[in-house]
Design a protein around this ligand. Structure first.
Ligand SMILES: N[C@@H](CCC[C@H](N)C(=O)O)C(=O)O
Length: 288
């Protein structure tokens, strides 16, 4: 079939966005991988699929597939791209949109300056719900946070575990540029303590309102920015007593602003969404 798509990015985290209201989409993992492939397909960190929601009072549903073909629960930068997509395509005239994701309903809002703010909901901090297997581990506390020791190839790193609908392991590093993101990232992603794998964040604190962040994403490798990773890092940093809301998050692809008042308050993420080009690609039948 011929698929119409829009190539977009949010702070360099890039997406193939697909209107599944006017097109019938039922791809295999191999077909998602093909779309995400930077040499043989379009190339993207994630594929985003926009659908109508069957739920009352909800405007849309959007589904998220990582470049490895796996469907996942949440994507912060993707939520902003989604808003620009449905607005630019005339699929809604609302500025505040209720959208269903695999991990629940989020509420993005288009700002006057063109940036998008997303209410990402409250962070989930119970290890089992992340999910993280904390059995027989000796944790330590720092501020209000609980840090867990993770063994990776004979060394120990201390991580905060946070779910923003999807799982994150966040560690504080002295220098994010020198951090072993490409070596430790995949080991953390596949660590047996994370039964659904995990996104691995490496955060450098510059001051109480400013961090640098690199994220090795589950199913996509290191990306230029990760929205849920930025939310998880700021939550961990505030709980550890290192940061105060709001926090500017500097990534390799741009800046995000994250605000969180603590506890069960929602994490608010503001940042850009950009359309790169529109295209069409032939999708061959591969996989089941
Ligand atoms: N890039 C995203 C997160 C996408 C999903 C993630 N790789 C996962 O598997 O959970 C973001 O901006 O949040």
């Amino acid at each position: 079939m011929k698929l119409k798509f829009t190539k977009m990015h949010g702070a360099g985290n890039d997406f193939v966005v697909i209107d599944a209201i006017s097109q019938q989409i039922n791809f295999t993992a191999a077909q998602w991988q093909h779309l995400g492939d930077r040499r043989f397909g379009v190339g993207a960190d994630q594929m985003l699929v926009v659908e109508k929601s069957p739920a009352e009072g909800v405007d849309f549903r959007y589904r998220i597939y990582n470049a490895d073909g796996g469907e996942v629960e949440q994507c912060g930068n993707g939520a902003r791209a989604f808003v620009k997509f449905v607005t630019d395509k005339g699929l809604t005239s609302k500025r505040a949109i209720r959208v269903e994701t695999m991990s629940g309903i989020i509420e993005p809002r288009l700002e006057d300056d063109g940036r998008i703010t997303v209410d990402m909901g409250a962070p989930i901090l119970t290890p089992a719900a992340v999910p993280f297997d904390a059995a027989n581990l000796d944790s330590r506390t720092e501020g209000d946070d609980v840090l867990w020791p993770l063994e990776i190839q004979g060394k120990q790193v201390w991580i905060s575990v946070v779910s923003m609908g999807n799982p994150h392991a966040v560690q504080v590093v002295e220098d994010s540029e020198a951090a072993p993101v490409l070596i430790d990232g995949p080991l953390i992603e596949h660590h047996p303590r994370f039964p659904k794998r995990v996104n691995a964040g490496f955060m450098q604190v510059l001051d109480r309102h400013h961090i640098k962040l690199r994220v090795f994403e589950r199913g996509a490798g290191e990306t230029l920015a990760c929205g849920t990773g930025a939310c998880a890092a700021v939550v961990a940093g505030i709980r550890r007593g290192l940061l105060d809301t709001p926090v500017k998050v500097e990534t390799h692809g741009g800046e995000l602003s994250i605000a969180w008042a603590g506890g069960q308050q929602p994490v608010m993420m503001t940042g850009p969404a950009v359309t790169v080009f529109e295209g069409e690609i032939e999708i061959a039948a591969v996989g089941n």
